[in-house]
Each structure stands twice: as C-alpha cells, then as structure tokens.
Design a protein around this ligand. Structure first.
Ligand SMILES: CC(C)(COP(=O)(O)OP(=O)(O)OC[C@H]1O[C@@H](n2cnc3c(N)ncnc32)[C@H](O)[C@@H]1OP(=O)(O)O)[C@@H](O)C(=O)NCCC(=O)NCCS
Length: 149
C-alpha cells in the first residue's frame, strides 16, 4: 500500500538509480549531434567546457562573486559519452585558499533515455580564483559572511 511515508522514498530511488545518492547535480545536459564526431562520440573539449561551468557554480557561490579558472589540475575521461546521454555534473569544493577555490567535478551518464544504464564518465579537479572588477585576485570571504554558501 502506498503511504505518505513510503511514496517519496520509492520515487527518489527510481529517479536516482545509479547516480550518487542524496546529492544534487549542479548541471544536467544532453549532448547533441553537433557536439560529437562522425562516430557519435562526444568531443572531450565539449565535456571540458561543461565541467568548467559546473565547477564554477559552487566556486562562484563560495566566492560571493566572479571567479576565473586558473588551473585544470586533473581530468580523466573514464568512459565515452554518446549523443543523447543525459549527463549529470556533481561539483564539490575540496579546498579553499586565500584567493582560490578548488572543486572536484564528477560526471555521470544515463544512457539511452530509459536511464537503465548509468556510468561515471569523467572526473576532474579545477581551481578557480575569486576576482574583483579589475579581474585581479581578491580574498575569498569568510564563510560566515555568506547568505547562501
Ligand atoms: C586568475 C588570475 C586573475 C589570477 O591572478 P594571478 O596573479 O595569476 O594569481 P596569483 O599568482 O596571485 O594566485 C592566485 C591563487 O591561485 C593559485 N594558483 C596559482 N597558480 C596555480 C596553479 N597553476 N594551480 C592551482 N592554483 C594556482 C595561487 O596559489 C593562489 O591561491 P591562494 O591565494 O588561495 O593561495 C589570472 O591568472 C588570470 O586572469 N588568468 C586567466 C583566467 C582565465 O582567463 N581563465 C579562463 C581560461 S579557460
């Protein structure tokens, strides 16, 4: 019998099958044919651009303003990405320095719209620098001063 207690848990299990439990992706994207080579494999550069955007989102919130990517520290394409995969980008801050914020990004692909087959396709670590209106580094504000860290 469906009760108010068990309905949300069942729904979440179905939706999150194969994806990290209890986490919200920063970004969800579906590559189009124009993002792929003639074999239907998505270009690494397209994936890198989306990873950069996904990682910049928690960095921007933590910096409470603009950031610039200073470094891609590591980037591993563990599995290919295909046209039509539904990609989820998870981004976690792993280090906050004086002006820099380092973010780990993991990407999962739900294959073929039925979302029965989910694989981790990419993992990367990037460093962002909080910048001022002159594009110069500025200090990352103390976390307790943020309204939405
Ligand atoms: C981002 C930018 C403003 C930083 O200015 P900078 O004078 O080079 O920076 P600094 O040497 O003062 O270093 C700033 C921070 O970045 C860190 N950093 C510098 N080089 C780094 C590297 N190779 N990897 C990781 N972190 C690095 C420093 O340790 C420092 O962190 P901290 O303050 O937390 O200790 C400048 O480099 C820039 O404009 N770069 C171009 C950004 C850009 O166009 N990005 C998009 C390209 S795709």
């Amino acid at each position: 019998m469906t009760t108010p207690e068990n309905t949300p848990a069942v729904a979440v299990q179905t939706i999150n099958r194969g994806l990290p439990a209890g986490k919200m992706p920063e970004l969800r994207m579906m590559p189009a044919p124009s993002d792929a080579n003639v074999y239907g494999d998505v270009f690494g550069g397209w994936i890198m651009a989306q990873v950069d955007i996904a990682g910049s989102l928690p960095a921007t919130r933590r910096a409470n303003g603009r950031v610039a990517t200073i470094s891609v520290n590591s980037f591993v394409f563990k599995n290919p990405v295909f046209v039509g995969d539904l990609l989820s980008f998870y981004a976690d801050i792993v280090r906050v320095g004086n002006t820099s914020i380092t973010v780990n990004v993991e990407v999962y692909a739900e294959r073929n719209r039925l979302q029965a087959d989910t694989v981790k396709v990419t993992e990367a670590t990037l460093t962002y620098v909080a910048t001022d209106s002159d594009r110069k580094p500025r200090k990352v504000p103390p976390i307790e001063t943020l309204l939405h860290p």
